[in-house]
Design a protein. Structure first.
Length: 294
């Protein structure tokens, strides 16, 4: 059995534990398109000829492009921050400020990895001014993901990275692609949606528009799989899709006893077979039946 690969970033809501379940609903195709790539666990644990990976977070996409292009240099430079002196609250806040003040994409990429591994629980959050504001994580010894970085860099040779809107991604989907969408989830309560992944946010209108775009792409022949919380609202939004509920162990509590099962749902928009496809399949079906009879 093929070993699952972890992403080099910690990521709240990452899909590492759901990859096997998700893969059951992702059909074969030449290309996998992800409008919300996040930490990239689905990308890392599927086998497509090509990938189009998008995210609205410019820091994330810039980091991925740099790791793809120059992994050794990046790893050597990033490792220098994973030392005991860097794992102090004062150092963290100083480097966070340096990140926020920097306009250099390479420096921001190196510091983004540092902040991700030393900040609170894999959160990626910005304030309204676009400043990264995740608090210090207070971990005993943050892990430096060297092996994961090298694996990502190798796999990324099959990928192109984009930083644009999910609407634009849907407007440019190749005809030989399948799509997986992992949008910011619908909040489970009024107080649950406390993070801001990007200044633009992702509201309920976006949730509905994403479903509409998935329906449209499906009518044009593209399979689209969306994951989200399993709520009355999401079941209504995804009423045109086939729905598959699942229980997932997830929380943003640092303590194990704070991690509870959460109801999630997969919404699968799968094109119906065209008449021509059915006609072409008939000879194969008849041949299979003849083989069974012999």
């Amino acid at each position: 059995m093929k070993k699952k690969q972890r992403a080099f970033l910690k990521w709240a809501g990452g899909k590492y534990n759901l990859v096997d379940a998700l893969s059951q609903y992702l059909p074969k195709a030449r290309c996998l398109v992800e409008p919300f790539v996040g930490a990239g666990s689905v990308f890392l644990n599927t086998d497509y000829e090509h990938y189009q990976l998008n995210d609205i977070n410019q820091d994330l996409i810039s980091l991925y492009r740099i790791v793809k292009a120059q992994p050794k240099q990046f790893i050597d430079d990033a490792r220098a921050f994973f030392v005991a002196s860097g794992n102090q609250k004062e150092s963290y806040f100083s480097l966070r400020q340096r990140f926020n003040d920097s306009n250099d994409s390479y420096e921001r990429a190196v510091l983004f990895l540092y902040l991700n591994r030393h900040g609170y629980n894999g959160l990626c959050r910005y304030n309204l001014s676009g400043k990264f504001n995740v608090p210090f994580g207070s971990y005993k010894k943050p892990y430096f993901p060297e092996a994961e970085l090298y694996f990502f860099a190798e796999k990324a040779q099959k990928a192109e990275f984009y930083c644009t809107s999910y609407q634009q991604v849907f407007a440019q989907v190749p005809s030989d692609a399948v799509m997986y969408c992992d949008p910011p989830y619908v909040p489970l309560s009024k107080t649950a949606s406390f993070t801001s992944y990007a200044r633009e946010g992702f509201n309920l209108d976006d949730q509905a528009q994403l479903a509409n775009l998935a329906e449209s792409a499906c009518r044009q022949g593209t399979t689209v799989l969306i994951s989200n919380h399993d709520t009355t609202l999401t079941r209504k939004i995804y009423q045109q899709a086939k729905l598959y509920p699942i229980q997932v162990g997830r929380s943003i509590s640092q303590k194990g006893h704070g991690r509870k099962k959460v109801a999630e749902i997969f919404a699968l928009y799968q094109p119906k077979l065209r008449t021509a496809d059915v006609i072409n399949a008939v000879p194969k079906i008849q041949q299979a039946r003849r083989l069974q009879q012999t």
